[in-house]
Design a protein. Structure first.
Lengths: 173, 173
DNA sequence: TTCGGTAACGGATATCTTGTCCGTCATCAA
DNA sequence: TTGATGACGGACAAGATATCCGTTACCGAA
């Protein structure tokens, strides 16, 4: 098991990170601000993370671990997966809003997309443009989620999944 | 008309910017590096641009001006517009690759999307989820272009437009 | 409960980047 | 030709970064 001190320090840093991103945006604070907020020594930060971006990766890895445990065999299960995805997004809307529209956007988007792609790929049949289609559908879903967040994450997001289904059915033909 | 000195300075800065982004990525160089490359005084940079991001905006504004002059009334004209878009992207692939996957990603994506949305909106009929649909299609197109770039911009991009048409037709129903 | 190992600490530091100031010189357009 | 304007180099303070040190406090296995 991991040393308790390590766990505590990482937790403190990650919590501070989340709070600061939501409050000031990804580029709105320095590492100095971060370690002040986390109440952790400067050296300690660098003992655990190489840069701010590592912290973002750290969070996505956690989330990914959480999501990969869900079953994705049947269409219904995949719908459940997406609902879980939307639910998590909704409950951390402030964080995602800051991420998707800031300096962490590139990494956040890549991570988000890779999580989504796994499920989308299962919906797309073999095709000459399969790779293009998967990229397009993932991009479409991500764009819809982003717009949902920008509009204040109203509703359960079911409209998004419905609209998405429309596109998926087109991809199948 | 604009003072020749002003034109020359801006051109020098923008050329250096393009070269450095393509070579080292958006976050891979400092303003110091930029003015060294452009062989321009530090003060001079700040007399024209507030930050690195302004230079990116400057480039997109140019591109936008170029594209808005194209007609977009008929479906065929809109297809031509998209072909022009893809053509330009292809001939500046190195630049876009660095932008869409780097720190300038947020602004670059916003700009790219806003250029695309105008055309996409014309394809989508009135609908209860019109806004969502437009966002999705724009996102899909952008994702396809990004994948195209990552794969080495092979071909004319016609496959992208074909696949895109499939999705558009689904959105119309 | 002890004890060797390990993590966190504060403080210091060298280096880089940023944005702004100045007076001087070169270039422009009228 | 000339008054206006832009570009220049040099310098500067402020802030951030990443790494060093010796010391202290905590952990968990024996």
């Amino acid at each position: 098991m991991m040393d308790r001190r390590v766990r505590k320090t990482r937790e403190a840093l990650y919590s501070a990170f989340v709070a600061l991103v939501a409050e000031r945006g990804y580029d709105g604070f320095s590492i100095q601000d971060l370690i002040d907020e986390a109440d952790v020594g400067r050296t300690t930060f660098y003992a655990h993370f190489k840069a701010k971006e590592d912290l973002l990766q750290f969070g996505f890895n956690r989330w990914r671990d959480e999501l990969t445990s869900l079953p994705k065999s049947t269409a219904a299960e995949r719908r459940g997966f997406m609902e879980a995805l939307l639910g998590h997004t909704k409950s951390h809307a402030g964080l995602f809003a800051a991420l998707l529209g800031g300096g962490g956007g590139a990494l956040a988007e890549t991570e988000f997309r890779s999580i989504v792609e796994e499920v989308v790929a299962a919906e797309v049949g073999p095709d000459e443009h399969r790779a293009t289609m998967i990229a397009m559908l993932s991009g479409a879903l991500l764009a819809a989620i982003r717009q949902w967040i920008d509009a204040g994450v109203k509703g359960s997001g079911a409209e998004i999944l419905d609209a998405f289904d429309k596109l998926v059915s087109a991809a199948k033909r």
